[in-house]
Write a protein that binds this ligand. Sequence first.
Ligand SMILES: Cc1ncc(COP(=O)(O)O)c(C=O)c1O
Length: 497
Amino acid sequence: MTVSPPSTGTTGPSSGASASSSGAAGPSSGAAMASPGTTAPASGSRAAGSASGAAGPGSETPTPSSGSSAPASESSTPRAGAAAPTDRPDIVDLYLKHIGSGRAVMGRVMGGMAEVRSEGVWIHADDGRRFLDFGGYGVFIMGHRHPAVVEAVHRQIDTHPLASRVFLEPVAARAAQALAAHTPPGLDYVHFVNSGAEATEAALKLARAHGLTSVITTRGGFHGKTLGALSVTANATYQTPFQPLLPDVTQVAYDDPADLEQALAARRDRACVIVEPVQGEGGVRIPRHGYLSQVRALCRAYGALLVVDEIQTGMGRLGTWWGVDAEGVRPDVLLVGKGLSGGVVPVAAMAATAEAYAPFSRDPYLHTSTFGASPIACAAALATVRAMEEEDTVARAAALGLRILTAVRAVCAPYEGGLVREVRGRGLLIGIEFAEEQAVGELLLELISRGVLVNNSLNSTRVLRLTPPAVVEDSALDLFLTTLGAALRSTADRMTS
Ligand SMILES: Cc1ncc(COP(=O)(O)O)c(C=O)c1O
């Protein structure tokens, strides 16, 4: 397949294909990256592997047990994928017929593999190859299928996976208690939901329940794609097709307390402010130290409700339980997701102070969902928090993050000032900013072809994002760094030739 440059206006790693007419794209966006007619079959794409190939039978990369980390990655499961490679065209066909042409084509561009199994830092494809997962959109801080979480979820399935919602649910109560033991002081109330966007929705509705109808969000901010959450996700590509969104949403500059103050002062009503401690999808934007404290002080001064979205940054991702911990800031509402899953069951949560939570506390029917706080999801959340305590995940993330950041900087150093603009990160959230957005797609596909998965940034087209698990062992890290070096060389050659 010929790799054409990305068309401007796409938001995904579009170098691997021409952009769709919709223009919106990205692995997690679900939008089309290319139209079916414009791409070659998987076997012709760079990400299909072959020569330089992803790790698989006969490859020189380590086996799962040697290359990944204990305890999450050690598995006695056989390596072969569940589906034979010959099933692949069928899967693409099923995607084309029943899920969507854009996703089908994107799958082809990424190499056409279907993922069938995972453990620890590894994802296994149907053709027997395996991929080191340094992406996962920030979900896998504990790796895939953390054994303690898998065990807890199995137990829950065998006893009581879904609740009547009539009686009390002990596992929901224990999970809330376990999470609240780590939230900033005073954020003792927890409302479990099924996704990050639902956590944002819960916070926006909680603000409304307090009579706060206006919301202030930050440029580059990402808070999900359901209609309310999308209203505060500052990305015109995703917003425009769905206008009108929530009214009274103001975007202010990130890391700019003066702009926030101006927006707060301009309002006659009280507002809800939503902010990330580090903008993940915004391209790993790290604000100056003191920004969050200033945001806190401004919200207090103007009577605004402060919602801190830690869906990506929380659960140890930044080397602290929460990004706000770095400044000792206590928000009114904290959003949690991704890592809370333990890499096993989708679950997210909104934590809040008693005062902020009061409307939901008083009326348990005010904001509900049939599957919210299900025993199975809460079993995963509870086991995840306990495993993090037992394995000291937060400290591991801090130490490992520093090592990875230093090493990635060294690998990128020869390209700084040219291909690479900056490498930045905190904990296990690391961004490589390129001079041109084309490099993101090129490098992403180069890495896939060599057996490594990373992510683009949905709100920042020039930034490649690394969100490795805290369970990466030395051998897997070495493999990653060597692969990154080779992929960078190849990308630089391609882009300068
Ligand atoms: C900061 C932040 N908030 C909200 C979300 C939305 O979460 P979900 O995709 O689970 O709906 C994301 C997802 O990437 C995120 O990074």
